[in-house]
Ligand binder design. Structure first.
Ligand SMILES: [Zn+2]
Length: 213
């Protein structure tokens, strides 16, 4: 989970990533049974975890979620953001569909890294919103890149995607990286009192397509 930052691919400056499948195993979860697949970028050594379910046919558009790691939300069930609940909801939707893929992308804090995210939280405690906090730390509001995810989908034989996302910038970035997205499937979870301001910032400043806030 840690230690990837120093070898992080610089946006748009490298050759296309080469993904190697390292291992695959059965993973029963509270939500249902998945296959867990480990990939590694041959060049950078970065590690990726993919959950897959059902038959992944190149002829049928595949339900896909690209989830960006959020340690506080995913592991500690923080309600400061909606990440943990989005992760579970995505797994539930793939389980219901009987087929699909979830890529767990280790770009914590929209790509700024875990400790910088905690620094951003500190600023948020002082009254800055999530975008202002990133800017004050010298980062763009969103530092993520998606070339690695497109390479993983290719390695899985997936060419056409129904993408679970509320983020039009992610859709544009994935299309730019060569992915064919045939449909956007909304992934909304009900806001709580704690998340409503965060989600409103995402909607107003990052253009997220959210109907609840
Ligand atoms: Zn989060």
């Amino acid at each position: 989970m840690a230690g990837n930052g120093d070898r992080q691919r610089v946006k748009g400056s490298d050759a296309p990533p080469r993904m190697e499948k390292v291992a695959e195993a059965r993973l029963p979860t509270e939500v249902g049974e998945f296959r867990v697949i480990g990939f590694q970028d041959v060049t950078t050594g970065r590690e990726y975890i993919v959950l897959a379910k059902g038959e992944l046919s190149p002829n049928r558009p595949c339900l896909v979620r690209i989830h960006s790691q959020c340690l506080t939300g995913d592991v500690f069930h923080s309600i400061k953001c909606d990440c943990g609940r989005q992760l579970r909801r995505a797994m539930e939707l793939i389980e219901q569909e009987g087929a699909g893929v979830l890529i767990y992308q280790q770009q914590e804090g929209r790509g700024i890294g875990l400790l910088n995210k905690i620094r951003a939280y500190e600023l948020q405690d002082q009254g800055f919103d999530t975008v202002e906090a990133n800017l004050r730390l010298g980062f763009a509001p969103d530092e993520r890149s998606y070339e690695d995810c497109v390479a993983i989908l290719r390695a899985l034989g997936i060419h056409r995607v129904r993408l679970l996302s509320n983020n039009p910038h992610k859709i544009a970035a994935l299309r730019k990286a060569g992915l064919c997205i045939v449909e956007r499937v909304p992934l909304e979870v009900e806001p709580t009192e704690e998340t409503v301001t965060y989600l409103r910032t995402k909607k107003e400043k990052l253009g997220h397509l959210l109907s609840f806030v």
